[in-house]
Design a protein around this ligand. Structure first.
Ligand code: NDP
Length: 327
């Protein structure tokens, strides 16, 4: 393709660039899986100082992959540099829970990472910036980043719940002995944690309502999807990385290019379905025209309301725990 017929490069920032998820994610971005097969990408890799050398190694390997769409790579430990002119950001790097660390400590430690990153996004990113937070606790990290990003609309900050969505699709397809592509209207509500509610109430297979027995749904499906991360660690011996990266690709691709029906994304609540306004929670969404829109007008049963409320209560408690970072 001649240079003049190519689109303008999209600038993409990935944090935690030397980590496991990024090691899969960066290759998918550079190959055109997110922004399109004719859209050049310029990557900015952000790492903590102790890991910038490893990130340089990742950049060397990306170069060695000779992606025709990859037109530049920057490695830095400066958030201001990494987010300068960014059109899209994957916030993957986060502080893992250490031995004996309470959830409140984890929230606070991560708040100290995501607050400054949000500030840098507000000051330096492009006006069309789209952010997906992968690093846990993802929903509340996204809330903190959004709060610190002055003049960036809160709807530009989202958290990854597409992996939960994909896990739900995979489990249901196995149960029904069908293809994942036959399934639609599946969603995961709430927090990216064990309280999440993978919801099959509206699910369809090849356009017809899904019919599964209630005990499989409540006793096997919901806990299995919600605790799939632990199951992967147990079987694989280390935490999921490629599937998380793949879900992040799905999330950003749909946001940019539009979704094929329902998808799950954690987006800022407008108060729909009793989810407190301002919380970043998983909803059934449809992506179109560069926006994630919450699916409106669904009639919820008492069972659904209770499950959603349990997860929203956890999000509320997380928001309270980091209240001093949101002041
Ligand atoms: P990973 O790349 O495996 O994971 C990164 C983050 O993604 C973790 O918070 C992890 O949460 C989260 N995550 C979300 N969904 C999933 C999922 N389904 N499966 C697994 N993880 C998930 O971590 P690494 O330790 O390999 O790499 C992290 C990198 O981030 C390190 O290189 C570190 O130096 C860097 N870092 C960078 C920062 C920055 O750029 N400023 C700040 C802090 C760290 P969980 O811990 O719950 O598994």
């Amino acid at each position: 393709m001649s240079e003049s017929s190519q689109s303008r490069p999209v600038k993409v920032t990935v944090t935690g660039a030397a980590g496991n998820i990024a090691y899969s994610l960066l290759w998918r971005i550079a190959s055109g899986d997110v922004f399109g097969k004719d859209v050049p990408v310029e990557l900015a890799l952000l790492e903590i100082p102790a890991a910038t050398r490893a990130a340089e190694g990742v950049a060397m390997e990306l170069g060695d992959s000779a992606f025709p769409l990859l037109c530049g790579i920057t490695v830095t430990d400066s958030a201001d540099t990494a987010f300068d002119g960014a059109n899209a950001a994957f916030l993957v790097g986060a502080k893992p829970r250490g031995k004996g660390m309470e959830r409140a400590d984890l929230l606070a430690e991560n708040g100290r990472i995501f607050g400054p990153q949000g500030k840098a996004i507000g000051e330096h990113a492009a006006s069309d910036i789209k952010v997906v937070v992968v690093g846990n606790p993802a929903n509340t990290n996204a809330l903190i980043a959004a709060h610190h990003a002055q003049d960036v609309p809160a709807e530009r900050f989202t958290a990854l719940m597409r992996l939960d969505h994909n896990r739900a699709l995979s489990q249901l397809a196995q149960k029904l002995d069908c293809q994942v592509g036959d399934l639609s209207r599946v969603a995961v509500w709430g927090n990216h944690s064990a309280t999440q509610f993978p919801d099959l109430t509206f699910a369809e297979v090849a356009g017809s309502p899904v019919d599964v027995d209630q005990s499989w749904y409540t006793d096997e499906f919901i806990p299995r999807v919600a605790k799939r991360g632990a199951e992967i660690i147990d079987v694989r011996g280390s935490s999921s990385a490629a599937s998380a990266a793949s879900a992040a690709v799905d999330h950003m691709r749909d946001w940019v290019q539009g979704s094929d029906g329902w998808a799950t994304a954690a987006v800022v609540s407008d108060g729909s379905y009793g989810v407190d306004e301002g919380l970043i929670a998983g909803f059934p969404t449809i992506a179109r025209d560069g926006r994630y829109e919450i699916v409106q007008g669904l009639e919820l049963s008492d069972f659904q309301r209770q499950r959603i409320e349990a997860s929203v209560a956890e999000l509320r408690a997380e928001r309270e725990a980091v209240g001093d970072l949101l002041g």
